[in-house]
Design a protein around this ligand. Structure first.
Ligand SMILES: C[S@@+](CC[C@H](N)C(=O)[O-])C[C@H]1O[C@@H](n2cnc3c(N)ncnc32)[C@H](O)[C@@H]1O
Length: 282
């Protein structure tokens, strides 16, 4: 049997050979912590001389080799932590991004926690937005739209795992005609211009499905549809809160700044990029 110290060293050495892995030690610890089923604290408290079971050793080496071949760590481990929850992920959903937490945080800071809000999440994917909001606002009525059957399976798993109430609808947003209007429409839609999608997917840290990324020729097709939809189905005074590309703030104004909608504010992400726009219905 191998010790924790030896396995750790072996994994770090494999990851050091990958130019796209910025922090081999951090990724090694993430894998070991997950395989050994430890919290951060209990993992760090383990003796380096702990003997590691052969099955765990093999799984750990397989994980770093998969990483070396270009898969994302979240897809290898099968989960990603987002906000204060854990989400199951696989190759059929966008791996949750930290910048999307700004959207969720804005929603949870709105002064309407006690109201019974009707909320729609467009392009729910793994459920990061709708599930996290539902966990913190159990009195809100939340619909989540997702066109991909495979992503829908993951969304349903995450609804169940996090024990929340979300009405998951396996439908195409472009054909969606709800029976009622909404107080809040939330979306992190596909927003990469088609010509840039292949380029992005060739990077070694991105193995998201094309359907989650491709926003049409100029990357803005979903925002135009969200505008049409909000004109019809967002209640007066309601908010449309969307994530977008770092260079799409002007496009948000061009699309939304005409009656009855306007861009109230654009929030920046951790890197200081324009990332979340909030649109109001007059
Ligand atoms: C950028 S991902 C966002 C996923 C998740 N909301 C998040 O923030 O992690 C966009 C999602 O929209 C879904 N999608 C793409 N086209 C759609 C459509 N026409 N109708 C509904 N969902 C769609 C994709 O399958 C994908 O899950």
């Amino acid at each position: 049997m191998i010790t924790l110290r030896e396995l750790n060293l072996c994994m770090v050495n494999i990851l050091k050979e990958c130019p796209f892995v910025e922090n081999p030690l951090a990724e090694t610890r993430l894998v070991l912590k997950s395989l050994l089923n430890k919290t951060q604290t209990s993992f760090l408290a383990m003796s380096p001389e702990t003997q590691i079971d052969l099955k765990i050793e093999q799984a750990a080496i397989d994980a770093v080799n998969a990483r070396k071949s270009g898969r994302s760590m979240a897809a290898i481990l099968g989960f990603r932590d987002f906000y204060d929850l854990r989400f199951e992920v696989d190759d059929n959903v966008l791996i949750p991004r930290p910048e999307t937490e700004f959207l969720v945080e804005y929603v949870l800071n709105l002064d309407c926690a006690e109201k019974k809000m009707r909320v729609l999440d467009v392009g729910a994917g793994s459920g990061t937005i709708c599930v996290t909001v539902a966990k913190h606002r159990p009195n809100w009525q939340i619909d989540a739209l997702e066109v991909s059957d495979k992503a829908m399976n993951i969304l349903k798993r995450n609804i169940e795992l996090n024990n929340v109430c979300v009405n998951a609808l396996n439908q195409d947003f472009f054909d969606f005609k709800p029976a009622h209007s909404y107080d809040l429409i939330l979306s992190n839609p596909p927003y990469i211009p088609t010509k840039d999608v292949l380029n992005l997917l060739s990077r070694h840290d991105a193995d998201d499905p094309t359907l989650a990324l491709d926003g049409g020729d100029d990357g803005l097709i979903f925002y135009r549809e969200l505008k049409k939809f909000a004109v019809e189905y967002l209640l007066p005074g309601g908010l449309l809160i969307m994530e977008h590309g770092f260079d799409q703030k002007k496009a948000m104004h061009d699309i939304f700044d005409n009656s009855p909608l306007y861009v109230l504010q654009t929030l920046k992400d951790y890197a200081g990029h324009d990332r979340i726009s909030i649109v109001v219905k007059k």
